[in-house]
Design a protein around this ligand. Structure first.
Ligand code: NAI
Ligand code: MG
Length: 361
C-alpha cells in the first residue's frame, strides 16, 4: 500500500511553505510513480480558531495512524493572549508527547552555494552533511527531584540528570538505524569523565552497538571536546548521538554552521511501528514568521528538506530523497534566492512560489 502522510500546515508561513511541498508531492506521484496518501488537518492557532483547541482529538488519532506527520509551523501574535493550556505550541507538544517522539534529529547540512553564509571558513563547512540525534524526553529537563529549596539561609536550585538503560538504548538504536541510511558512522557524546549518567550512557551505547549494530562504526567523545571538534572540523562526523541537554546546545551550534533558518529541516522519531519504520514527525526548525506571513516571501526549502527526510527515513525512498536534495542544491547553485538568502550584489529575490517553481523545474 502507499505510504501515508498527514500534513499539518499550521499558522503564518506554515501554509505558504507547505503549498510548495504539496506541488512536489504531486510531482513525485506524476513523474516518479511514487504515490503518497496525503491527508490534511489543522494544528495550532488554525485549529484553535475552528475547534477551540490547538489539536483536536481526531487529529491526534490520525497522527498515530499515519507513516509520517509533516508539520509547518504554529503560533502568531493573534494567539499570544490565549491561556497557556490552549496556546498553539501546546498542539505541537501534545503530538510529540503522545507519539512518544524521543529522538530529535537536527541535520546540519551546508550546500556549497551557501557556504559563504556560514560564520566559519568555506572549506570547513562546504558540503557538510551531519545529523545530530538529541534525546528529547528525559534527562536533566525532566529528572526528579527538581525545584528551588531553602537550605540554611539561602536557596538552592536543583535539577537531576537521570537516564534509564532503556531510554539510552532506544535513542542509540535510532542513531544506529539512521547511520545505516547515511555514512554508517556514529559518535556518541557525554561526560563520562565527571557524570554517572555519562558512564552509563557510554556503556549502554557500546552494548547496543556490539550486540545489534556491529557493522556501524562507533566512537565516543566527551561533549565539551565534541563542541570544539564541531567548530574545528565538523566533516569528521556523520551521526552524533547525545542526551537532551548536550543535544540542545550542540544542535543549535551546529545549525548555525550552515546559515539561514529558512534552510533547516528537523525530525522527531519514536519507537518502530509494525512496518519497522519509526513513528515520525517532520518539521522545519523555523516558526510561523509573522513578520513576513501572507507576503509570498518565505523560503520553502526548510519544509521541502523536511519532506525529503520523510522520504528517506519513513518511506524508504532514499534515492528519491537524494533527487529532491540535489534539486535544491542545483537551484542554489543557479543563484535562485529567496529574500532571507540574499547577500550577493544585484540578485533579485524570488517568491515562495518562485522557489517552488525552480525546485520543480
Ligand atoms: P521564526 O522562526 O518564526 O522567525 C524568526 C525570523 O526568521 C523572522 O524574522 C522570520 O521572518 C525569519 N524566518 C523564519 N522562517 C523563515 C523562512 N522560512 N523564510 C524566510 N525567513 C524566515 O521565530 P519567531 O519570530 O521567534 O516566532 C514567531 C512565531 O512562531 C511565534 O508565535 C513562535 O511561538 C512561533 N514558533 C513556532 C515554532 C514551531 O512551530 N515549531 C518554532 C519557533 C517559533
Ligand atoms: Mg535550543
Amino acid at each position: 500500500s502507499n505510504p501515508s502522510l498527514l500534513i499539518l500546515a499550521g499558522d503564518g508561513i506554515g501554509p505558504e511553505v507547505m503549498g510548495q511541498v504539496r506541488r512536489i508531492i504531486d510531482w513525485f506521484g506524476d513523474k516518479r510513480d511514487l504515490k503518497i496518501d496525503v491527508s490534511e488537518d489543522l494544528v495550532g492557532g488554525a485549529a484553535y480558531d475552528v475547534h477551540g483547541t490547538p489539536l483536536h482529538d481526531d487529529t491526534m488519532a490520525k497522527a498515530q495512524e499515519v507513516d509520517a506527520v509533516l508539520l509547518g509551523a504554529v503560533g502568531g501574535p493573534k494567539y499570544d493572549v490565549l491561556d497557556f493550556s490552549v496556546k498553539p505550541e501546546r498542539g505541537l507538544l501534545r503530538l510529540r508527547k503522545e507519539m512518544d517522539l524521543y529522538a530529535n534529529l537536527r541535520p546540519a547540512q551546508c550546500f556549497d552555494a551557501l557556504a559563504d553564509f556560514s560564520s566559519l571558513k568555506r572549506d570547513v563547512v562546504a558540503g557538510l552533511d551531519i545529523m545530530i540525534v538529541r534525546e528529547l524526553t528525559s534527562g536533566i529537563y525532566f529528572g526528579e527531584p527538581r525545584g528551588i529549596i531553602t537550605e540554611g539561609n539561602e536557596r538552592v536550585g536543583i535539577n537531576t540528570q537521570r537516564y534509564t538503560e532503556s531510554e539510552i538504548a532506544r535513542v542509540a538504536r535510532s542513531a544506529f538505524e539512521l547511520a545505516r541510511r547515511r555514512g554508517n558512522k556514529v559518535c556518541s557524546m557525554e561526560k563520562a569523565n565527571v557524570m554517572e549518567s555519562g558512564i552509563l550512557w557510554r556503556e549502554v551505547v557500546q552494548k547496543v552497538h556490539d550486540e545489534e549494530y556491529p557493522d556501524v562504526e562507533l566512537s565516543h567523545m566527551y561533549a565539551d571536546a565534541g563542541a570544539m571538534q564541531l567548530c574545528r572540523w565538523p566533516k569528521q562526523f556523520d551521526v552524533i548521538v547525545t542526551d537532551n541537554l548536550f543535544g540542545d546546545l550542540l544542535s543549535d551550534a551546529a545549525a548555525m554552521l550552515t546559515g539561514s533558518l529558512g534552510m533547516l529541516p528537523s525530525a522527531s522519531l519514536g519507537a518502530p511501528m509494525a512496518n519497522g519504520r519509526p513513528k515520525a514527525m517532520y518539521e522545519p526548525v523555523h516558526g510561523s514568521a509573522p513578520d513576513i506571513a501572507g507576503q509570498n516571501k518565505a523560503n520553502p526549502i526548510a519544509c521541502i528538506l523536511s519532506f525529503a527526510m520523510a522520504l528517506r527515513y519513513s518511506f524508504d525512498q532514499g534515492a528519491e530523497a537524494d533527487r529532491l536534495e540535489a534539486a535544491v542544491a542545483k537551484v542554489l547553485e543557479d543563484g535562485v534566492r529567496t529574500a532571507d538568502l540574499l547577500g550577493e550584489e544585484g540578485v533579485e529575490p524570488v517568491t515562495t512560489v518562485g522557489m517552488g517553481d525552480a525546485v520543480l523545474a
